[in-house]
Design a protein around this ligand. Sequence first.
Ligand code: ACO
Length: 393
Amino acid sequence: MADTGQVAGNGDGRGGADAPAGLEGVIVAHTQIGDVRGLEGFYHYRQYDAIELNRRRTLEDVWHLLFRGHLPDRAERASFGREISDHRALPDDLIPFLRALAGTDPFDPLTALRTAVSLVAQRSGFRSWLDITPEQLYDNAMQVAAQTPVLLAALYRLRRGYEPLAPDPDLSATANYLYLLSGERPDHQRVWALERYLISTIDHGFNSSTFTARVIASTGADLGAAIVGAMGALSGPLHGGAPARVLEMLDQIGTPDRAEAWVRDTVASGGRIMGFGHRVYKGKDPRSALLREVATTVGGPTAEFATSVEDTIVAVLAETKPGRALNANVEFYAGVVMDACGIPRDMFTPTFASSRAIGWCTHVLEQVSGNRLIRPAARYDGQPPPQPVPVSD
Ligand code: ACO
């Protein structure tokens, strides 16, 4: 198409700056929540190394850091724990709606979760943040972050013909999630492993779903709308939808000696190797390195198989896609760790959504604190307007 030099929607047709495809490297906001340094293989939550935080702190502490801006002391930890607990319980009148959602065919847990968050927002009377106080918006954020895993577990149980369980106030957020899924108190190692995964995925710079949440929040929409939109963005295989596909890929590879040929065939036919490559990390993804350690500690045949084929896949990708620096990303070991924790494959991405909800909510709170409507432009490259409108037949 001819380039008319016209920027759509700017009204006066004056040219604007062209951003690279996929907005790669474009800074669209300032944030104090965290960032990713791709070349260094480093990411941080506020001023702390996210991996160090993960090794030393609980999910609730990191949640406090994001929502309140600092790590809690002992008293703050106790009161934040009570605050989370107070927000966790689902209202009884929501259950019939969740039951109906769980009974739909076909059923996809992430789609159901997205719909359930929308229901919660409606039932709780969420309104435009322009019409409520900052305290009310914070309360909305706390409710969504606390209830997302509870909703997910309720849908999971209802789908299998079991009644949802009430959260146990004596359990941590991670232990509660595993308990609400299975009805059994989880062992320490599973809680430890899953908590490492959940903390590692709470936030990650201006990824697609976080950007989506902020775009929606920037319009003045209610917090529920922003989180529902973010979940939609997360569902795609190029973003959060990869971990189940990683295990499917490992199944297809079958044995370590087949990995090289499988990767070569897939790349030759234009396919992508799930769990490899990243828009920002051009060296190691630190989350992947951490989760590899976790997977190795938890053990099991899937973990052993994944660690045994990782190096082969990286070597074949380096040869077939030179210069792209395609290493294992967070999703490669995410599925392995969740599988070891007893979480079924179709729950991998929804479980990811349940931790990222904390990050999305933090970004909504930050977006509204200095909001300007996010409204970029597109360069129109269709037929030059105005053309005469043809007379209708
Ligand atoms: N397998 C094979 N080739 C790949 C892969 C891969 N996993 N990733 C990138 N490439 C190749 C592309 O084919 C392309 O090659 P070309 O230049 O010969 O056409 C080149 O590397 C660059 O690819 P882009 O799509 O431009 O890279 P981008 O930075 O946009 O993509 C992405 C990043 C989407 C994560 C990509 O690496 C990918 O598709 N990975 C597989 C899916 C996946 O693991 N997603 C989870 C990401 S982590 C997360 O979001 C939480």
